[in-house]
Design a protein around this ligand. Structure first.
Ligand code: FAD
Length: 416
């Protein structure tokens, strides 16, 4: 026997942590528990469908299950199918790597109007998350509020022509939704000046390849900071890019004040500029991409608020947090790696300090867990999705939990 570690969440932070733990202590029993029947969190359901290079990180994570001996325990929601307390009883250490699935609210009047949509919900629908709502009707004039990489991802996908999506893993439904969209104009609006925008210059440069748009950048400003200068230069290069009819306008330094509508649907977004003047933009849809927060089964604020060492990710002995769940919605996939390495060292030291205290049973404490999807079950889903990919796609994602489970659990009859 050896010590058992449960990691709640199989996104990048959970995978990097399991990698670091098993590299240093290959005898550990490490399980990655996920509420979904599929692993990898936002790599599958957040990273843009047309950024397959970024998704290539899963080949590294596969080695974790195939060579390092980690277990995947999919389709188990901690806080619902099993309590955190029961998990802590069964494992020597439990790590919360559950990410942040809620969208931050703007907190302005009119946010509840029809036609106002939040980035997390929209991207989950685009990428066929099994719990997603249907894709909404956006109409001809879309305002995107936000100046991070997620806002740019949404802009790029809405602006691409069907041919530009070749090679992605965008499903048939979302592809048809994009192809049939009536969008004529997209405003992308940042609260801060361009110098303080959170997107990367490389994301802006990629927009210069779009084939059906005319782009205008209003008020990119200037800066002495080298990083900000790169962003501003990329925006200046983009200004005037004209390859088609769909108009895109970048605007900066506008604080959202209220959303107005008629008949319950958004029709106008009002902002205040840095001089205090009101700026109004007509819109048939208003999309917010302003960050994420905790939502769901684990009481993050309480747990993180009471952490003994928040920076290190120690909530209390035997209970830890990592990734977005620990730090908040900041950082790219590789940023989770540094976190994982520090926390792995801390967990290993804590496990060592337990001396010859009895080891815990781990997963075998739950003989009655039903419908668990293990790594082989996920590989059956993976194989079915890649085999079903149409010619111009690399995968055809299965959008329903029911069909995923039927495949993963090897049931003969697949639901239609
Ligand atoms: C829309 C979007 C696009 C992005 N694009 C990029 C990009 O192109 N490049 C890049 O480097 N970074 C990108 N990022 C950032 C990157 O995705 C994050 O840094 C990373 O995913 C955080 O990893 P995580 O493991 O903390 O969380 P997540 O990836 O969210 O993983 C959390 C996992 O926990 C599971 N879980 C949640 N609650 C429970 C529970 N109660 N029980 C069991 N399991 C649970 C979830 O199902 C999920 O699988 C993007 C983020 C978003 C939101």
């Amino acid at each position: 026997m050896s010590r058992a570690v449960a990691i709640v969440g199989s996104g990048p932070s959970g995978c990097y942590l399991a990698q670091a733990l098993l590299k240093a202590a290959p005898e550990l029993r490490v399980d990655l528990i996920d509420r979904l029947p599929v692993p990898y969190g936002l790599v599958r359901y957040g990273v843009a469908a047309d950024h397959q290079g970024t998704k290539g990180i899963v080949r590294q994570f596969e080695r974790l299950f195939e060579r390092q001996g980690a277990g995947f325990v999919g389709n188990v929601a901690v806080g619902e199918d099993v309590s955190l307390a029961a998990l802590r009883e069964a494992y020597d250490a439990v790590v919360l790597a559950a990410g942040l699935s809620g969208d931050r609210a703007l907190g302005i009047p009119g946010e509840d109007l029809e036609g106002v949509h939040r980035a997390g919900r929209l991207t989950r629908a685009l990428y066929e998350h099994p719990d997603a709502e249907p894709l909404p009707e956006l109409g001809p004039r879309v305002v995107i509020m936000g100046n991070g990489n997620v806002a740019i991802d949404i802009l790029r996908l809405l602006a691409k022509t069907p041919a530009e999506l070749a090679g992605s893993d965008l499903g048939a439904g979302p592809s048809a939704w994009l192809a049939g969209s009536a969008i004529e104009e997209i405003d992308i609006v940042g609260r801060s000046p361009a110098a303080e925008a959170k997107f990367d210059a490389v994301m802006v440069k990629e927009l210069a390849k779009l084939e059906g748009v005319t782009i205008r950048v209003i008020g990119a400003g200037a800066s002495d900071d080298p990083e900000a200068t790169k962003k501003i230069a990329a925006l200046e290069m983009l200004d005037g890019h004209a390859t088609g009819a769909r108009r895109i306008t970048f605007r900066f330094g506008l604080t959202p004040v209220e959303l107005l509508g008629e008949g319950g649907r958004v029709g106008e977004a009002r902002f205040r500029d840095s001089a205090g003047a009101t700026v109004a933009l007509c819109c048939s849809a208003f999309l917010t991409a302003i960050g994420f927060e905790a939502e769901g089964l684990l009481l993050r604020e309480e747990l993180i608020g009471s952490a003994a060492d928040r920076e290190a990710g120690v909530i209390e002995p035997g209970l830890y947090a990592t990734g977005w769940f620990r730090r908040g919605p900041r950082g790219t996939i590789p940023d989770n790696r540094a976190d994982a390495q520090l926390l792995a060292a801390r967990i290993l030291a804590d496990l060592d300090a337990r001396g010859d205290a009895p080891e815990k049973p781990g997963r075998s404490a739950f003989p009655d867990w039903r419908s668990i999807v293990d790594y082989d079950g996920w590989k059956r889903i993976d194989a079915a999705e890649t085999a079903a990919a149409p010619q111009d796609r690399c995968r055809a994602k299965i959008p329903t939990r029911e069909t995923m489970l039927a495949l993963a659990l090897h049931r003969e009859e697949l639901p239609q």
